[in-house]
Design a protein around this ligand. Structure first.
Ligand SMILES: [Zn+2]
Ligand SMILES: [Zn+2]
Length: 230
């Protein structure tokens, strides 16, 4: 393999790492920021009970991952979260996601961020066309009877448990997290009313590289994200 071919393979590898890092940063920064803001301003908690910044990170990560809460049921942050009232639990999680979606929807179409790695100077140009509409967002929320129109999941026909995390679609229909993730592997419509759902974010990018005079390599990454409806 020629040295330039090898260099190109390196750049490809490094770019994929940087894109991954950037996407993780994008998600975590917005979640964390809105969560802190919320806890400071709107959620007052009795006594000396409060969330640590790790709790905030864990709740944010959990909601973003869409995992079933039963897996996390016995951990400390979940127990602390359960000490909030039903309304607070619901409000914290809903508002957090609402702010996130709103920020995504309003976000300028092009953002830039620099990364440095060894001899590589990379710049990400991110054109974001995903979540441009608040009509299409899917929430992950704790289930409380009064807040939902359904009391059971139409995929498995089982009743929801109070406080269990569920997926609430734009049509207001709700499903277990695991039922919904199984369903959206095969279909992209609501199981109950067949409304089309934006279930995936398509991530594509091109890379350009240039050798600089100081022996560093400049890498330009053009990243595009877009919602998929099929
Ligand atoms: Zn189910
Ligand atoms: Zn529906």
């Amino acid at each position: 393999m020629s040295s330039s071919g090898e260099e190109f393979e390196n750049v490809k590898y490094i770019s994929s790492k940087i894109v991954k890092k950037y996407l993780a940063w994008l998600k975590s920064s917005v979640y964390e920021e809105t969560f802190k803001m919320l806890l400071a301003s709107k959620i007052s908690i009795d006594g000396d009970f409060a969330f640590s910044s790790d709790d905030i990170k864990n709740i944010s990560k959990f909601v973003a991952s869409g995992k079933d809460y039963l897996e996390e049921n016995n951990c400390d942050w979940m127990n602390r979260f359960r000490m909030l009232t039903k309304d607070q639990q619901y409000a914290v999680v809903r508002h957090q996601q609402f702010s996130y979606f709103l920020k995504m929807a309003k976000k300028p179409t092009l953002t830039c961020r620099n990364f440095e790695y060894k001899n590589y100077k990379a710049k990400i140009h991110h054109k974001d066309k995903s979540s441009t509409s608040m009509k299409d967002v899917i929430y992950t929320l704790p289930y409380f009877r009064k807040k939902f129109q359904d009391d059971s999941c139409a995929v498995c026909i089982e009743k929801f448990t109070e406080g269990q995390f569920v997926r609430k679609l734009p049509c207001q229909h709700a499903f277990h997290l695991s039922c919904m993730s199984q369903w959206t592997k095969r279909r992209t419509t609501c199981p109950t009313c067949r409304r089309k759902l934006a279930v995936k974010c398509e991530i594509t990018y091109d890379v350009e590289m240039e050798k600089m005079k100081d022996c560093s390599t400049s890498v330009e990454i053009h990243l595009r994200t877009e919602s998929l409806f099929y």
